[in-house]
Each structure stands twice: as structure tokens, then as C-alpha cells.
Ligand binder design. Structure first.
Ligand code: NDP
Length: 333
């Protein structure tokens, strides 16, 4: 069974590749350059060409970007769409975020409908960003909640990433409702994703956005005071990757969103876990008695669908922190 995975050079996608191969899927990744594709193949020297290969899709925002990539022989049965910008260097909200997120999502769905009739399901990496209501948290977050962000609010640079994820996911559900394609969709909605970096893709300088705080802690950048945590929910990258693969393996996953989270954390909790698992780093860490910004009256979360339908069992913060730090040390931290 053959799967197309977009954004193959990404942090989450790299872990998805490993799980797809372990579960016996033939995998084709899209990447933005030959060089990135070769790096992925070089990191899997024992995997034959028919099991893992790449196609170049330079910019998902362009019309028809996926028209060729979705054609394949043997044809694809599933598509996993992870490619979307995730960083905070906003110059132009529309060009840098909204276009690639929204057009990338609708573009791949259109291409599949037109050129890949064998595809049964498309799993889209959405985000807790498409669930959260930062101005007024509900008592309990679940798949029922939607970020109410408006197009005008999206132009504010501090909102645009979350807006891009919200509008892209909405566009996907609208596409299915309006176009009634042969396939169904499922979305995976993780909050902050932590976990081992992939050595063949990352350097300490160019580390993926969600692991930057782990790098900063390990490098002593929060020694004199913890930076505010932001969103207090996290999940391990390996659990997120497994959620994507389970979402194609489990037939009832079709037509559903999945809020995948292991629970609450704060930068203080990350520091304390590093202290425990890597005592050699003590001198880089903020003092033990640093104040914790995790509010005591925080909203609740319901991640039961991810456990019941996808069978997820979430890793603990300690395991994730330990493995992440070890992976950072392997690239020189
Ligand atoms: P990465 O930045 O590591 O991965 C993003 C991927 O998207 C990269 O492969 C990148 O390619 C590709 N991409 C971005 N813009 C374009 C474009 N215009 N054309 C083609 N490819 C593009 O981040 P993550 O792995 O963390 O993110 C993967 C997905 O998970 C995203 O959809 C993100 O929104 C979502 N997500 C991530 C969370 C997290 O905490 N990490 C939380 C919730 C959701 P290249 O490397 O070549 O730039």
C-alpha cells in the first residue's frame, strides 16, 4: 500500500516516515529540493527505492503544485499532508503563511480529486491552533472547539500562524462537503510538539520551531529567568507521528478531527525534568526555585477520542525531555 507524505523534510514528517516504513507502507515524500530528498534517502541506506522515494514540490502555495506528485504507479491509497510553514519570521502574512497553508491544503485535495482516484483517505496535520480560543478559553477543550480568529485578525503577525492553521483546516472540511470527493479526510490537531530532533535534517541553529525552547534551556539561555511558556499543552512527536499512521489504518478515523495531547507543561517543568534526566546540565538551568507560570485554574482537556479511536498511549514529559536533550547533545548542544 502506497502513501504520499508532503513536507518530508519536516520535524514531524521525519518521524512519520519511520513509522510508515515500520508498518510496511511504501512511502513517497515531497520535498522542496533534490538536496533535501537525497538527504532523506541517504539516512535510510537499507531501504529499497520502491519502499522510499521523493518527488520535488518546491512551493505548495502555487496553483497545481501537486498535480504531478499525486500521480504514481502503482497509485497511492493514502495521502498525509504535513507541509505548512511553522516559524515566526513573518514579513508578509499572506504570502508567508496564509497562501501556503490554505492553498497547499486545497491544492492537494483538488489534485487528488482530479488525478488520483485511488486515494481513499487524506490525513491533514492541523493544530491545536485551530481549536484554541486565546481570548476566551472554554472550560474544556476537545475536537468540538474552533479558533474564532477572523481574516482581519490574521493580518496581525502574532496571530497569523494560528489563523493559517484554522483557515486551512476549515478549507479542507469545506472541500469535502462541497466537492464530495471519493476520499474522506481526518485531521490531527497537536499542541506544542516536543521530541527527538532528526539528526540528518536539523542543526542547532536551524532547529524546528517547537523544539527551540528545549535548545534554549540546554544552552543556558533561560538561566537567568524562564521565558513565559505560552500555550501550556504538549505532545511527543513520536505519538503525533503514530496518530497520522493510525488515522489511515483505522477505518473509523475518517471524517474526524483528533486533538492529540499528552497534557500540560510549563518551561519550569521542562527545566526540572532536564535537571533530573541530565544532571550534567544543572549549571545551564534556571534555579530550582524559579516561579512556575502554569496557572492553577487552567482549562480542562479531553483527548479521549485519540485514545479510543487511534489507540494512542501518550509518552510522559520525562521520557520526551530526556530523549530530546540526548538528541540535542548528539548535534553538539
Ligand atoms: P517543520 O518546519 O519542521 O516542517 C514544515 C514542513 O513544511 C517542512 O518540510 C517545510 O519544508 C514544509 N513547507 C513549509 N512551507 C512550504 C511551502 N511553501 N512549500 C513546500 N513545503 C513547505 O515543522 P513541523 O514538522 O513542526 O510541522 C509540520 C506540520 O505540523 C505543520 O503543518 C505544522 O503547522 C504542524 N504542527 C506543528 C506543531 C509543532 O509544535 N511542531 C504543532 C501543531 C501543528 P522546508 O523544510 O523545506 O522548509
Amino acid at each position: 500500500v502506497k502513501v504520499l507524505l508532503t513536507g518530508g523534510s519536516g520535524f514531524i514528517a521525519a518521524h512519520i516516515v519511520d513509522i510508515l516504513l515500520q508498518h510496511g507502507f511504501d512511502t513517497v515524500v515531497t520535498v522542496r529540493s533534490e538536496e533535501k530528498g537525497k538527504r532523506i534517502l541517504d539516512a535510510h541506506p537499507d531501504t529499497p527505492k520502491e519502499k522510499l522515494s521523493y518527488v520535488v514540490v518546491e512551493d505548495v502555495a502555487k496553483d497545481g503544485a501537486f498535480d504531478e506528485a499525486v500521480k504514481s504507479n502503482p497509485p497511492f491509497t493514502y495521502v498525509l499532508h504535513t507541509a505548512s510553514p511553522f516559524h515566526f519570521n513573518v514579513a508578509d502574512p499572506r504570502k508567508d503563511f496564509l497562501d501556503p497553508a490554505i492553498n497547499g491544503t486545497t491544492g492537494i485535495l483538488k489534485a487528488i480529486k482530479a488525478y488520483a482516484p485511488t486515494v481513499k483517505r487524506v490525513v491533514i496535520t492541523s493544530s491545536f491552533a485551530a481549536i484554541v480560543n486565546p481570548k476566551k478559553h472554554p472550560k474544556l477543550y476537545s475536537e468540538k472547539n474552533w479558533n474564532p480568529v477572523t481574516w482581519d485578525e490574521a493580518m496581525d503577525h502574532s496571530n497569523v500562524y494560528r489563523a493559517s492553521k484554522t483557515f486551512a483546516e476549515k478549507a479542507a472540511w469545506d472541500f469535502v462537503e462541497n466537492e464530495k470527493p471519493n476520499f474522506d479526510i481526518a485531521t490531527i490537531n497537536p499542541p506544542l510538539v516536543l521530541g527527538p530532533i532528526v539528526h540528518y535534517l536539523n542543526s542547532l541553529e536551524a532547529i524546528n520551531t517547537s523544539n527551540q525552547r528545549m535548545r534554549d534551556l540546554v544552552q543556558g539561555k533561560m538561566k537567568d529567568g524562564l521565558t513565559p511558556t505560552g500555550t501550556f499543552l504538549w505532545v511527543d512527536v513520536r505519538d503525533v507521528a503514530l496518530a497520522h499512521v493510525r488515522a489511515i489504518e483505522v477505518s473509523e478515523a475518517g471524517g474526524q478531527r483528533f486533538f492529540v495531547t499528552a497534557g500540560f507543561y510549563s518551561n519550569k517543568a521542562l527545566a526540572d525534568n532536564i535537571r533530573e534526566t541530565h544532571p550534567d546540565l544543572e549549571s545551564k538551568l534556571p534555579p530550582k526555585d524559579s516561579p512556575d507560570d502554569l496557572p492553577s485554574d487552567i482549562y480542562g482537556i479531553d483527548n479521549s477520542r485519540s485514545k479510543e479511536v487511534l489507540g494512542l498511549k501518550y509518552r510522559s514529559l520525562k521520557e520526551t525531555v530526556s530523549d530530546t536533550v540526548t538528541s540535542l547533545q548528539a548535534v553538539g548542544a
